[in-house]
Design a protein around this ligand. Structure first.
Ligand code: AMP
Ligand code: GLY
Length: 428
């Protein structure tokens, strides 16, 4: 069997996915829409808009695509899987109903409460109930407290408030935002969970589920987890934050109950389920679900995968994942994001990138915000490149990665110098 594949997306995650799929013996043609200069090294980029489902459908039909793989959350939450499946096409990713696990915090919290999946205590309020929201916070009188906009907000909809005054300020801000965006129409107030964060990635064909791997992201812009929240400045895998025993608990208390409850609710979850966790004194709890691979966790994890990624994806779509085994090598991997100075706020684009050619053979450079112009590689986004290296120990993986990072440069380049370091403390 040979499969022609269309992968949707254009970030570092999609370059890593295209790189991994391109190694498959099952692969015929691989297209990435819209892709980036990195995906162009392993696939053919096609200029399709991810908002235009009709255009994507025509491309699939004209180019005999057997399988469409969706990278980012937005088209999933907007129902691309339902749209293409209704038209007879095979797609890797959850349906619109199942993607609400990421698309609506209220939905996810209610789902977890109903199914006794460990998470924060919460209450949800509509836009016109913001006074009730404030009374709720006053009554609880426990700080910090977490305020979240219900819908997709690109990481900008979460506020951790230390005082009642701050809650009031953020409530007002969310009320203003609600006028601009549907995402903030409903508000969720959550108990603050204390602990260390980690992510677990799961493949599910709707009925059976297999854990791919775990990782730890670094969301803040600056060293020591300071600065603004970003999409992710680096990641490493596996993380010692999750011991073998913790992983058993995650599987038994979170992953399997989530997948079986989705079946019982008649909205089976197919695709990648990303469980963002807080490892608390009482054990692992869910901070959030995402309905796709993490970026940059994906860039660290896929180089560790020894199984054929496309074969796993196909088994997920065909419903026979239970027959497959997920094999990983025994390496740690570290991924450092090279960002444009200023990110996640405003930054300049169009800076020439040099030094990628000097990077050693064991390292992989996944592109994110880059573009090719007149034979030069230029910056074209906030997160520009991802440098990934392995090692027998976490320490080796980190050291090897930073040796390669130093070879690349562009004007105003910014990266964290401590990716993975918080994991090292667990080995003392
Ligand atoms: P989210 O968009 O829900 O992933 O939230 C973004 C970040 O806010 C998370 O990665 C956590 O660091 C933090 N966060 C969100 N909810 C909570 C919570 N209930 N307790 C503690 N930290 C939280
Ligand atoms: N690395 C965080 C995310 O993909 O949402």
């Amino acid at each position: 069997m040979i499969l022609n594949v269309l992968l949707l997306g254009s970030g570092g995650r999609e370059h890593a996915m295209a790189w991994s799929i391109s190694k498959s013996e099952l692969l015929g043609n691989l297209y990435v829409a819209p892709g980036n200069p990195g995906t162009a090294q392993v696939a053919q980029n096609v200029d399709l808009s991810l908002d235009d489902f009709d255009e994507i459908q025509s491309f699939i039909e004209v180019n005999d695509i057997d399988l469409t793989v969706v990278g980012p959350e937005k088209p999933l939450v907007e129902g691309i899987v339902d749209f293409l499946e209704e038209r007879g096409h095979k797609v890797f990713g959850p349906s619109k109903a199942a993607a609400r696990l990421e698309g609506s915090k209220k939905f996810a919290n209610t789902f977890m409460k109903e199914n006794m999946i460990p998470t924060a205590d919460y209450a949800a309020f509509n836009q016109d109930e913001f006074d009730n929201a404030l009374s709720y916070v006053r009554q609880k009188n426990e700080y910090p407290v977490v305020l979240k906009a219900d819908g997709l907000a690109g990481g900008k909809g979460v506020f951790i408030c230390e005082t009642e005054e701050e809650v009031e300020k953020r409530l007002n801000q969310l009320q203003e935002d609600a006028k601009l965006s549907d995402a903030a129409e409903t508000l969720v107030i959550e108990e603050f969970m204390e602990g260390e964060e980690a992510s677990v990635f799961v493949l599910s064909d709707g009925e059976s589920a297999k854990i791919i791997h775990n990782a730890q992201d670094h969301k803040r812009a600056k060293d020591g987890d300071t600065g603004l929240n970003t999409g992710g400045m680096g990641a490493y895998c596996p993380t010692p934050v999750l011991t073998e025993e913790q992983m058993h608990r995650v599987e038994k208390e979170i992953v399997l109950p989530t997948i079986s409850a989705m079946v019982l609710d008649d909205q089976p979850y197919k695709g990648i389920l990303y469980c963002g966790l807080m490892i608390t004194e009482d054990g692992p709890k869910v901070v959030e679900y995402n309905c796709r691979f993490g970026d940059p966790e994906c860039q660290a994890i896929l180089p560790s995968l020894e199984s054929d990624f496309l074969e796993l994806i196909w088994a997920t779509v065909e419903g026979n994942l239970y027959e497959k085994e997920i094999k990983l090598d025994n390496q740690y991997r570290c991924c450092v994001v090279l960002a444009s100075g200023g990110y996640p706020k405003s930054y300049e684009k169009g800076k020439e990138i040099t030094g990628i050619g000097e990077v050693g053979g064991e390292a992989i450079v996944f592109h994110a915000g880059t573009r090719q112009e007149d034979g030069k590689l230029l910056t074209d986004g906030g997160r520009v490149l991802n440098v990934v290296c392995g090692g027998d120990t976490l320490e080796d993986a980190i050291r090897n990665t930073y040796v390669e990072v130093k070879k690349i440069s562009f004007d105003n380049m910014h990266c964290r110098s401590d990716i993975g370091v918080k994991g090292l403390a667990y080995f003392d």
